[in-house]
Design a binder for this molecule. Structure first.
Ligand SMILES: Cc1ncc(C[n+]2csc(CCOP(=O)(O)OP(=O)(O)O)c2C)c(N)n1
Ligand SMILES: [Mg+2]
Length: 322
């Protein structure tokens, strides 16, 4: 039986559905020319996102990367404001000036997505230094991809966080590819988490990153370690993106068989079966949650469509902190 309360499990299911429905909808909107700029989808990675972000407590902080929709939804950001932001409208979470790759919500501790691969590493490490100096007891979760683990920022920041014992969970969502490059061809260790040895910090591995509770339980352990003042930890979860790298990627470097094989390991279906088989809930209740999620995504489109384009002069606002 699960150690989590039913409401919490259903909330995790809802967030996973929200991620999928939200990104599927944006995919349609891109085709209709309603999304300026490039966008990256979290479909297929719902468990890796929700399992990790749901472990954050009040006041904890998050940094993400270019593929940040999933983490922002998991953090409880408003779908309306996210959709409007991605559409570049003034009623978006960053007033339409950030778009998909710069979604942020400081009130909720979301320090932002980032178009620079590995860019979140420095932000997370700096934010963790602040938590330590101010003795807040809060933890920073730094989400990044397998590709980012070959950036200099990865090594510099984990090294710095390790020597200063900063409260960061460095969390690698390993989807097997950095654009078209398989991680196995550019990394001389089998797993990203094994690199923790180099910094004398613990490394944890979630072999099935499509199992939301396996992710959650591992991240819970990681959070406990970090919150107790032991310094950073490196966690890796293995998952897969169902779509191309971005909207402009036809995905020629992966076979249909490979993609189909991963679709059989659908993280949402897996969680649905778990919830029903363990009699936590029934299909009817879950179907209702799916319908509510689809409805909320439709509403977010209406919200975005009703938004204005940002006024040109607003380009000069919100540049410096007061
Ligand atoms: C510093 C930098 N180098 C290269 C790029 C181009 N780029 C964008 S995403 C990406 C791959 C990132 O792969 P990974 O970190 O595994 O994340 P994923 O897209 O798989 O989620 C690259 C090379 C960039 N945005 N920033
Ligand atoms: Mg990757």
């Amino acid at each position: 039986m699960s150690k989590f309360k039913k409401e919490e499990l259903l909330d995790m299911f809802r967030k996973m559905e929200d991620i999928r429905n939200f990104d599927n909808k944006i995919n349609q909107m891109v085709r209709r020319g309603l999304v300026p700029g490039m966008t990256h989808f979290s479909v297929g990675e719902e468990a890796a996102n929700v399992g990790a972000v749901s472990a954050l407590g009040e006041g904890d902080l998050l940094t993400s990367n270019h593929r940040g929709h999933g983490q922002s939804v998991a953090m409880g950001m408003s779908l309306n404001e996210m959709m409007a932001e991605i559409m570049g409208r003034a009623n978006g979470s960053c007033k339409g000036k950030g778009g998909s790759m710069h979604i942020a919500d400081l009130d909720r501790g979301n320090l932002g997505a980032n178009g620079i691969v590995g860019g979140g590493m420095g932000i997370a490490t700096g934010a963790a230094l602040t938590q330590k100096m101010k003795n807040t007891g809060k933890v920073v979760m730094c989400c990044f991809g397998d590709g980012a683990s070959n950036e200099g920022a990865f090594h510099e920041c984990i090294n710095m966080a390790a020597i200063w014992k900063l409260p960061v969970v460095f969390y690698c969502i390993n989807n097997g590819y950095g654009i078209s490059t398989p991680i196995t061809s550019v990394m001389n260790t089998k797993h990203v988490y094994e690199r923790a040895v180099a910094y004398n910090i613990p490394g944890l591995f979630v072999e099935d990153g499509n199992d939301v509770l396996a992710v959650r339980e591992t991240i819970d352990k990681a959070m406990e370690h970090v919150r107790a003042g032991n310094g950073p930890i490196l966690v890796e979860a293995v998952t897969y993106r169902w779509f191309g790298h971005s909207t402009s990627d036809p995905g020629k470097y992966r076979t249909k068989e490979e993609v189909d094989e991963w679709k059989k390991k659908d993280p949402i279906l897996k969680f649905r079966n778990y919830l029903v088989e363990n009699k936590i809930t029934d299909h009817e209740t879950l179907d209702k949650i799916v319908a509510e999620s689809e409805q909320a995504v439709e509403e977010s489109v209406k919200f975005g469509m009703a938004g204005e384009q940002p006024a040109p002069e607003s380009a000069f606002e919100d540049i410096f902190a007061e």
